[in-house]
Design a protein around this ligand. Structure first.
Ligand SMILES: *Cc1c(COP(=O)(O)O)cnc(C)c1O
Length: 422
């Protein structure tokens, strides 16, 4: 069963929210079910997917990687070629279009690393919706390039100053806003988690990835042995896996952030980690990284998009049933995968997606050579240059940053808005 039953996937999921959020969630569920059967809505969604997002995204045969890894044929779903650079736009466009049909004029969203905020801001600009992004103050400071892009798209970025001033506080603030303005506003949740019906909605809008892969493989006679995706909240993976969940094959593998090691606070391994526990947080029941008293533990990963304490309920259930296997990939292995696919294939993986790349490298020999391993490259790595450069070429990067600061302080080559207009 691909859809939840009353919001639950086996033991996980649900709708653990304050009374004020029940009505907006129920209305959203009704509208979603209605419009997913509505020809006109689906037609508009497909046109936007084709002309604005740039779908379908290619399924690329990685010939050199296949030779070097010496096992399965390696294919890469180049989801990072989607407009805005990652899969998040699939969900953002879907939900914003749905909100528009529901008569909402205002969109809010949470963001951690800024990728979901950026996709939502772009979708709102495209569809003519008012957009406010909630982002922890700490994240606003460390993710300035994405904040700048969101503002270029016309979004208001609201820095959240409560709690740890990171993603979980941004979610709380967005929920509060939604509870106060349910009639005018839609809350675009960014991953396949949160209270029902969000896990179903996000999976369905992301299932375009898996559906394309299935059709591309059928057309080209590719036999799939395994599919590998990275797992933050779980949206790219569940969308990529979705057409295959109810079947016995292929192997479905989720790569979590193994960070710098197995210790508490060193990773974000919600399924395979030492501190993985069942809990209820931010409106849903799932597996989280919690201490014995149920308090949220700190997480760590080189990839901001995987650095989260919870996992979507459907993936937690699929992990429990064994249909999806989970593996933890360390920061170092992800960086090695970035280099490997860049040098050998000319494909620059986002650090998140490189966790999937690394997992595929590990299992390549387990899959026979007449079958394929499909890697979902959820995003491209351009956005990570501030993280990868200090690792790969620290001295040159430091020089560059010093020179940039000098240039800014001397205001050389800087055009202000007036001179651009004049
Ligand atoms: C946000 C993000 C992820 C993690 O989120 P999921 O919901 O697990 O897909 C993975 N890859 C990229 C490129 C991202 O931006």
């Amino acid at each position: 069963m691909i859809y939840s039953t009353d919001g639950f996937f086996d033991l996980y999921g649900g709708k653990y929210v304050a009374e004020v959020l029940r009505r907006p969630l129920d209305e959203l569920e009704d509208a979603f079910r209605y419009y997913m059967q509505d020809y006109d809505f689906l037609e508009e969604l497909n046109t936007i997917r084709r002309d604005y997002i740039g779908r379908e995204t290619p399924l690329y045969f990685a010939e050199t990687a296949t030779k070097l890894l010496g096992g399965a044929q390696i294919y890469i779903k180049l989801e990072g070629l989607a407009n805005t650079g990652a899969h998040k736009i699939n969900n953002a466009i879907g939900q914003c279009l749905l909100a528009k049909r529901m008569g909402k004029k205002r969109i809010i969203a949470e963001t951690g690393a800024g990728q979901h905020g950026l996709a939502t801001a772009a979708a709102c600009a495209k569809l003519g919706l008012d957009c406010t992004i909630y982002m922890g103050e700490v994240d606003v400071r460390r993710q300035q390039p994405n904040v700048a892009a969101m503002e270029l798209y016309g979004a208001k970025v609201h820095a959240v100053k409560s709690g740890s001033r990171t993603l979980k506080d941004a979610v709380n603030e967005a929920m509060r806003d939604w509870a106060a303005h349910p009639d005018s506003t839609h809350y675009v949740l960014g991953s396949a988690l949160g209270p029902a019906p969000f896990p179903d909605i996000v999976r369905e809008f992301q299932s375009v990835i898996g559906n394309e892969v299935k059709a591309q493989c059928e057309q080209r006679g590719i036999k799939i042995g395994a599919m590998v995706a990275c797992v933050g909240g779980g949206s790219n993976s569940i969308g990529f896996f979705s057409p295959f969940i109810d079947e016995k094959e292929p192997r479905l593998i989720g790569a979590e952030a193994g960070g710098i090691g197995p210790g508490i606070g060193e990773n974000a391994s919600r399924m395979t980690g030492n501190a993985s526990r069942e809990g209820i947080l931010q409106g849903y029941k799932s597996r989280f990284l919690l201490d014995e008293d149920g308090q949220v533990l700190p997480t760590r990963s080189i990839s901001a998009g995987l650095d989260y304490c919870g996992i979507g309920p459907q993936l937690a259930a699929l992990g429990k049933s064994g249909r999806v296997e989970f593996t933890a990939i360390r920061d170092k292995e992800a960086l090695e995968a970035v280099s490997f696919f860049a040098k050998n294939e000319g494909v620059l993986f986002a650090l998140e997606s490189a966790h999937a790349g690394a997992a595929a490298m590990k299992i390549a020999k387990e899959v026979p050579s007449d079958k394929a391993i499909i890697i979902n490259m959820s995003g491209r790595g351009d956005k990570d240059v501030f993280i990868t450069s200090p690792v790969f070429r620290p001295a040159e990067w430091l020089d560059f940053l010093h020179a940039e600061i000098e240039r800014l302080e001397e205001k050389k080559d800087i055009h202000d808005a007036r001179s651009m207009q004049g």
